[in-house]
Design a protein around this ligand. Structure first.
Ligand code: F6P
Length: 555
C-alpha cells in the first residue's frame, strides 16, 4: 500500500478536533428546529443512485456537520482507498489479498488484474458455467437418478455462504418461477437438517455444498449427513455425481468429499465470504429465479459500484451513510444501528448486514496492528416493519440511549391487497417522523386535558407520554424491490461498511476474531463425547460440559 492509502487514527486528524467542537456546539439542537428553520431541508438532504433514493434529512446534522464529515473522509484519503479496492490493490493486508467482489459484477470491458493477470475471463467463465448449469437443470436436461426433473435444491453453507443467497432468495420470492424450490441448510442442529430433509425426495433433490474453504465444520457435517441421507433413501454412490455440486476455492477437498470436478464452481481468495453472493455462491438463487434475473442483481450492484467510484463524496450514497454512522458512533457515542425493512420479502436484510458490518468492522486493531483509539463498528440489529413497532420501537422512542435507524421502503408492493401498502408505508414514514419530532411533556399534558382527563391524572401521566424525539433515521426508498434494486441495495451496504472501515483504519476483509471459538469448540466437543468427567477447563466450562454429559448418559 503506498502512503496515499494509509490512514492515521481518526482522532489524530485535524478535522477530528473541529468535529468535536462542532458536536459541542450543536449537540442540543433539535431536528424540529432544523426543519422549521429550513423548508428546503428535505430537498437538500437527498441523494439517489442505482434506482435507490436516500432521504437523510432526519439526521442530527447541519450543512457544517456534513462538510466537516466530508473533510474527514478526504483527510483519510477515502477516494484513494475506493480506487485502491476497484483496482485490485492488496487492501486486505493481514491476508495479503486483493478485495474484488466488485469484479464479479463488472459489466464494463475493463480488465481487472490480480498478480498481473486479468481475472475477468475467469469470472465470465464461472458465470457462463452457472448459466449452463441452470439451463440444464431448469430445462430438465440434467435429471435425478430416476430420470425425474429436480424439484428442490438444498444449499448447504453458513455465514456468507448462506446469508447473502438466502436474503436475495427471499427478497426476490416474487421472481421464483416455481420450477425449483430452494432450502438453505446452515446450522449444525439436528432439528434444522431434519426440518429440511424430512419433506424431500432424494430422487428429485440437488445438493450444493457452499464453502469457500471447504473446511467449515457445520457445512461439512451437514454435507456428510445429506450424503448419507441420500444413500439411505434410494441413492447410490454412482448417483452422487448427478445430485451433488459444490462452490469452493478448495477443489481438492471437494473432490475428496466425492463431488465430480465438473460440478465444482470456483471461488477466489480475493472474494470474501460475506461479499460472495455475486459469485457462484449465488447458484441456488439463480436456479430459483433464473440466470437472467441473477444477472440483473449483478447489474444493479454494478450501477451502485459506478456511483460509489465516481460520485463526489457530498452526493455519494454509501459515503454519506458511512459518515453519518461515524458521526453517531464517534461523536454521539452510539453503539448500535437498526435496519428496518418495511417489506416482508426484505425481512432477511438485517441478518445479512449483521455479518457484513459486524464481521467486517467489529475490530479494535488497525491495519498496521496498532490498537484503535476510537470506537469502531456498531451492533447491527433490526427486523421487518411494522412488526418491530410492537416489539422494540418502545426503546427507540423512549429509551435512555438512541439507535440510528435505516428505514427501507419499496414504494410499490408485489402483492397489492386493498390499502395494505399505504398502511405499511404510513407506518414506516410516521415512525421516522415520531422519532424526529417526539412529543414534549407539555404537549402530552395538553392532549390529555383536551381528552377530558382530570388535571391531577393528566399531570401524573404526562411524563410517561413525553417522547424526546431528535432520534435520527435515514429513509431508503425505491420504486419496487426488483433484482436490480435489491442488488444495488446490498452493494450499497457493502460500500458503506468499507468506507467506514477506511476511516477507522481497519481491515474490513479478514475475520481473525472467529478463530478462537472454533479452536476451543473442537476441544469442548471432544470433552462432551468423553466418558471422563471434564476437569481440564475453567469451572464454568467443566460444569456445563458435565451437565451435558449427565443428560446424554441418562438418555
Ligand atoms: O465466520 C467465519 C466464516 O469464515 C465467514 O467469514 C464465512 O462466510 C463463513 O465462515 C463460511 O466460510 P466457508 O464459506 O469457508 O465455509
Amino acid at each position: 500500500m503506498d502512503n496515499m492509502t494509509t490512514v492515521q487514527p481518526l482522532n489524530k486528524t485535524k478535522t477530528w478536533v473541529s468535529l468535536q467542537k462542532h458536536y459541542a456546539e450543536t449537540q442540543n439542537l433539535h431536528m424540529r428546529e432544523l426543519f422549521n428553520a429550513d423548508p428546503k431541508r428535505f430537498a437538500r438532504f437527498q441523494t439517489s443512485a442505482a434506482g435507490l433514493h436516500l432521504d437523510y434529512s432526519k439526521n442530527r446534522i447541519t450543512d457544517d456537520t456534513l462538510s466537516y464529515l466530508v473533510r474527514l473522509a478526504k483527510e483519510q484519503n477515502l477516494e484513494a482507498h475506493i480506487e485502491a479496492m476497484f483496482r485490485g490493490e492488496i487492501i486486505n493486508r493481514s491476508e495479503n489479498r486483493a478485495v474484488l467482489h466488485t469484479a464479479l459484477r463488472n459489466f464494463s470491458s475493463d480488465s481487472v488484474l490480480v498478480d498481473g493477470e486479468d481475472v475477468m475471463p475467469l469470472i465470465r467463465d464461472s458465470l457462463n458455467k452457472m448459466e449452463d448449469f441452470c439451463w440444464q437443470i431448469r430445462r430438465h436436461q440434467w435429471r435425478g437418478y430416476t430420470n425425474k426433473p429436480f424439484t428442490d435444491v438444498v444449499s448447504i453453507g453458513i455465514g456468507g455462504s448462506f446469508l447473502g443467497p438466502k436474503l436475495a432468495s427471499s427478497a426476490l420470492k416474487p421472481y421464483w418461477d416455481g420450477q425449483i424450490k430452494c432450502h438453505y441448510l446452515a446450522n449444525i442442529d439436528g432439528s434444522h437438517i431434519t426440518e429440511i430433509l424430512s419433506h424431500l425426495n432424494p430422487a428429485t433433490t440437488l445438493f450444493i455444498v457452499q464453502s469457500k474453504s471447504f473446511g467449515t465444520q457445520e457445512t461439512l457435517k451437514n454435507a456428510l449427513a445429506c450424503r448419507s441421507w441420500f444413500l439411505r433413501n434410494g441413492g447410490k454412490e454412482d448417483y452422487l455425481g448427478k445430485h451433488f455440486a459444490a462452490v469452493t476455492s478448495n477443489v481438492a477437498k471437494a473432490v475428496e468429499f466425492g463431488i465430480k470436478e465438473e460440478n465444482i464452481f470456483p471461488m477466489w481468495d480475493w472474494v470474501g465470504g460475506r461479499y460472495s453472493l455475486w459469485s457462484a455462491i449465488g447458484l441456488p438463487l439463480a436456479l430459483t429465479i433464473g440466470i437472467d434475473n441473477f444477472r440483473d442483481i449483478l447489474y444493479g450492484a454494478y450501477q451502485m459500484d459506478l456511483h460509489f467510484r465516481n460520485a463526489p463524496l457530498e452526493q455519494n450514497m454509501p459515503v454519506i451513510m458511512a459518515l453519518l454512522g461515524i458521526w453517531y458512533v464517534n461523536f454521539h457515542g452510539v453503539r448500535s444501528h437498526a435496519i428496518l425493512p418495511y417489506d416482508h420479502y426484505l425481512r432477511g436484510l438485517p441478518a445479512h448486514i449483521q455479518q457484513l458490518d459486524m464481521e467486517s468492522n467489529g475490530k479494535s486493531v488497525m491495519q498496521d496492528g496498532t490498537p484503535c483509539e476510537t470506537d469502531t463498528g456498531p451492533i447491527i440489529w433490526g427486523g421487518a416493519g411494522s412488526n418491530g413497532q410492537h416489539a422494540y420501537h418502545q426503546l427507540l422512542h423512549q429509551g435512555t440511549h438512541f439507535s440510528p435507524c435505516d428505514f427501507i421502503l419499496p414504494l410499490s408492493s408485489h402483492n397489492p391487497v386493498d390499502n395494505f401498502h399505504a398502511l405499511l408505508a404510513s407506518n414506516c414514514i410516521s415512525q421516522s417522523q415520531a422519532l424526529m419530532m417526539g412529543k414534549t411533556e407539555a404537549e402530552a399534558l395538553a392532549e390529555l386535558l383536551q381528552q377530558g382527563m382530570a388535571e391531577a391524572d393528566a399531570k401524573a401521566l404526562a411524563p410517561h407520554k413525553a417522547i424526546p424525539g431528535n432520534r435520527p433515521s435515514n429513509t431508503l426508498f425505491m420504486d419496487r424491490a426488483t433484482p436490480k434494486t435489491v442488488g444495488a441495495l446490498i452493494a450499497l451496504y457493502e460500500h458503506k461498511v468499507y468506507a467506514q472501515g477506511v476511516l477507522w483504519g481497519l481491515n474490513s476483509f479478514d475475520q481473525w476474531g472467529v478463530e478462537l471459538g472454533k479452536q476451543l469448540g473442537n476441544q469442548v466437543y471432544s470433552a462432551l463425547l468423553s466418558d471422563q468427567e471434564s476437569r481440564q477447563f475453567d469451572a464454568s466450562t467443566n460444569g456445563l460440559i458435565n451437565a451435558f454429559r449427565a443428560i446424554k448418559n441418562k438418555l
